[in-house]
Design a protein around this ligand. Structure first.
Ligand SMILES: [Zn+2]
Length: 306
């Protein structure tokens, strides 16, 4: 419930939460409609393999969720993640499927090939006209209006039906913040601190800033402001019992100075989060953007991850 802080004595143990909510099979959101046309046969076989692995793994016991955010119509980056990730049960997508990038329909259709859940982002809403793009910079406005013209009716409807907030297996998922799911950026510890009162689960996954980070509620400075930590690469992060707001970074337009695609795997049996950065063929996305006449600044920024 919004505005109510978590009853810490009752529900901070992640494994208890997870075992209560666990489902063992992929749900009906896995309908594989909207199969896209692939330009690259090699990519197709890689993604098909990821899809088969996903289906096979659902028959096991461990649950692995692929946490993605801010794909931003960058199919080359999205496919690189799918080719890299190995087994997973379901995608948890934190919004902004479209905007900036050259392949909005293809990215939505790729996501819909997999069992998944997804929340709405500000660029998704702007492309639908549900949100004014007047606060966007001129390049983002240009890309938004281009996206509006490109979206198929089916994909328009798909985006239109995305919820703002989801609670899944005892985790909260939003694009911006639990307080303002579409628009608020959790960039600073003070903003993160105030947002812990707006979700009841141990952990909230957010996107929107395109910057991977963890805000831990238990780690605060003398003013009681929670402190940010980098997501560790290499060893998985043990989720423990602390309340956290976690941003897995952006697949399609990283902004932390590292142009590689960013994603995370949540293992609910182990109660761990594994963070990954992987290279992808940026030049393919840049070439597509050039061909579509998208703004040069948006094309260039992909190369330096900002
Ligand atoms: Zn975004």
């Amino acid at each position: 419930m919004v505005g109510r802080s978590l009853n810490r004595s009752a529900s901070l143990n992640l494994k208890n939460v997870v075992s209560y909510y666990r489902v063992r099979v992929c749900r009906s959101s896995s309908t594989r409609d909207g199969r896209p046309v692939y330009k690259d046969a090699g990519k197709r076989s890689q993604v098909s393999t990821a899809r088969k692995q996903c289906m096979l793994y659902s028959k096991g016991f461990a649950m692995r969720y692929l946490i993605l955010s801010d794909i931003h119509a960058n199919l080359a980056a999205f496919d690189a993640v799918l080719a890299d990730v190995g087994h997973f049960d379901k995608i948890w997508c934190l919004g902004d499927m479209v905007g900036y990038g050259p392949q909005p329909n293809e990215c939505i259709e790729r996501l819909r090939e997999f069992p998944h859940i997804c929340v709405a982002g500000n660029h998704d809403w702007a492309a639908l006209g549900k949100l004014s793009d007047s606060d966007f910079n001129p390049d983002a406005q240009w890309a938004c209006r281009w996206t509006q013209e490109k979206l198929s009716p089916e994909n328009f409807e798909y985006l239109d039906n995305l919820p703002m907030t989801l609670i899944e297996e005892g985790f909260t998922l939003v694009h911006g913040s639990p307080r303002q799911p579409i628009w608020e950026y959790i960039l600073y510890p003070s903003i993160a601190t105030s947002n812990f009162a707006y979700f009841d689960t141990q952990i909230c996954f957010v996107g929107h800033t395109h910057t991977p980070v963890i805000f831990r509620y238990e780690h605060s400075d003398s003013d009681g402001t929670c402190l940010p930590f980098p997501l560790p690469q290499g060893n998985p992060l043990s989720l423990g019992e602390e309340r956290m707001i976690i941003n897995p970074g952006s697949v399609g337009q990283p902004r932390d100075g590292d142009p590689r695609a960013s994603y995370a795997i949540l293992d609910t049996d182990e109660a761990t989060l594994q963070y990954h950065r992987i290279p992808y063929p940026i030049e393919i996305t840049q070439r597509e953007m050039m061909e579509e006449g998208l703004p040069i600044r948006l094309i260039a920024r992909l190369g330096y991850g900002w």
